[in-house]
Design a protein around this ligand. Structure first.
Ligand code: AMP
Length: 496
């Protein structure tokens, strides 16, 4: 019998797959290497046509053939990885990771066809599109995308009986997500989410690498690394150091390598925390921002729940304790709870009530009331935190005579200034010739359960109305035709 309730956490640094047992409890399915979580790293083996995924790929070979942290690029329509004359998109690299998880799990679970995939709450339209494409290429029917903090909340409710108004503090490998939500019985209602890209464990590793390089230079008047391979080795040893500092107040580490020479580095937790203070402060500011967006005081939060390996850092726990006046709750397996929650979500999706995590709008010419000047501004159609699914419309006037093609840029972001929002796609409507400027066009956006935007434009003069696909441009974006082609191709790809 095929297992239908499978959840996958496609993480920046590690990924995991969980399934729902017949008793209704989720469990992690280890990979074929016997690990519960798989490093999200792909290595393109030059000798045999094999794509290696996981620990061997991370620690193995040539950095020019190794792809870590691909999740950082899921929202970049122009990012490709060139290897052996082929350009791989972020969706394809992610599909290699998903294929490894799928095939390894199928050894014990039997054929897997459907899954739920998790994404950071603040993932934008492009990144969600790329994640769905990755799932499809790996041979899955992706039932739903679920936000990582939401999946984790389900796990906390299921295993710890957490109820009430909750803040999920999720510090993963690449992102920080803070979500405030309400759990009543089995129902989860999201209130708001704030997120920061590039504020995750890997940013702490990079900052620690700088500290190690300074120390090495001080001791040896030489550089800690001279090439990418040495840099990645030093980064890995920095990550180990960071993890040990979560347990110990002082640790010592060997830095350098055989060729450059080895040095001893002593570091205390205080020095580490001082060096990371900018990152800790940013994370604290995001907590305040989330409370502001929810219009809540710290005392109105019943529980703060920890998610993501980064929350093992004592400083994070201290900051939350001081801010909320109570200890945050940890389920222990903070790096697995997103995958486990995703498996629960596959069964409880109808009990989860999400909101839009970004405002969607368009660029429209507007007159500045003070100066009388007309400039382009971001006009919001669906506001952040609107419960979904939802649909909203705005009517705009065309600005030119004989406009044949109405082009509507789809924006994502809160600011009215176009410089501070992302144009995530374009929608087009062809209209008859000879029309004057000032014709009314109604733009309707709807936001589906996967938090993907759909658009509809209606030309009021002709009554012509069209459901339009939001299109994305860039070498890093796959068309539906290419996705179907890749899905076929991936079936015979050697992935280990
Ligand atoms: P996750 O996405 O939840 O797997 O989080 C991975 C991140 O958590 C990586 O950046 C890890 O380095 C970090 N991490 C895991 N364990 C610890 C620890 N004990 N102390 C500090 N950071 C950790």
């Amino acid at each position: 019998m095929a297992v239908s309730h499978v959840g996958i956490d496609l993480g920046t640094t590690t990924s995991g797959l969980a399934c729902l047992r017949p008793d209704g409890n989720p469990e992690i399915v280890p990979n074929a290497d016997g690990e519960r979580l798989t490093p999200s790293v792909v290595y393109f083996d030059p000798h045999e046509d094999i794509k290696l995924v996981g620990t061997a790929a991370r620690d193995g070979g040539d950095p020019d053939r190794t792809v870590p942290l691909i999740k950082h690029h899921m929202d970049n329509p122009h990012h490709v990885v060139n290897i052996d004359g082929r350009a791989w998109t972020p969706a394809e690299i992610s599909a290699i990771i998903l294929t490894k998880l799928k095939r390894d799990s199928e050894r014990t679970l039997g054929p897997l066809t459907e899954c739920v995939l998790t994404v950071p709450a603040n993932f934008n339209e492009l990144a969600r599109h790329a994640t769905l494409s990755a799932g499809q290429i790996a041979g899955f029917t992706v039932k739903r995308l679920v936000n990582e903090p939401t999946a984790a909340a389900l796990y906390y409710a299921h295993t710890q009986g957490v109820q009430g108004r909750i803040m999920i503090y999720d510090l993963g490998g690449g992102t920080l997500d803070i979500t405030i939500l309400e759990i009543k019985g089995d129902d989860v209602r999201i209130i708001t989410s704030e997120g920061a890209r590039r504020l995750g464990g890997s940013n702490f590793d990079e900052a620690l690498l700088d500290l190690m390089a300074d120390e090495y230079r001080r001791q040896n008047q030489a550089e800690l690394y001279e090439n990418e391979r040495q840099r990645r080795q030093a980064l890995q040893s920095g990550e180990d150091l960071k993890k040990r500092l979560s347990k110990l107040r002082q640790v010592s580490n060997t830095i350098g390598n055989d060729r450059l020479g080895l040095s001893r580095m002593e570091i205390t937790r205080d020095v580490f925390e001082e060096a990371m203070s900018r990152l800790f402060t940013r994370s604290h500011m995001l907590v305040e921002q989330a409370l502001d967006s929810a219009r809540l005081q710290p005392r109105e939060i019943d529980h703060v729940c920890l998610v993501g390996g980064g929350t093992r850092m004592p400083r994070i726990r201290q900051m939350l304790r001081a801010h909320f006046g109570k200890d945050p709750i940890s389920c222990g397996n903070v790096d697995e709870c997103v995958a486990l929650g995703a498996a629960l979500f596959s069964q409880k999706a109808s009990r989860v009530h999400e909101v839009c995590n970004h405002s969607y709008g368009t660029l429209a010419l507007m007159e500045d009331a003070a100066t009388g000047e007309t400039t382009y501004a971001n006009s919001i159609v669906i506001a952040k935190d609107t419960p979904i699914p939802c649909q909203q419309s705005q009517t705009y006037l065309t600005s030119e005579n004989d406009e044949r093609l109405i082009e509507v840029p789809v924006t994502q972001g809160e600011d009215t200034d176009p410089r501070y929002v992302d144009v995530v796609g374009m929608i087009h409507l062809e209209v008859p010739p000879g029309r004057p400027a000032g014709c009314a066009v109604t733009v309707t956006y709807s936001y589906d359960a996967d938090q993907r935007v759909r658009a509809h434009i209606t030309d009021q003069l002709s009554g012509q109305s069209q459901e339009v696909h939001v299109t994305y441009q860039g070498a890093g974006v796959l068309t539906q035709e290419l996705i179907t082609q890749r899905t076929q191709e991936f079936q015979s790809l050697h992935i280990e």
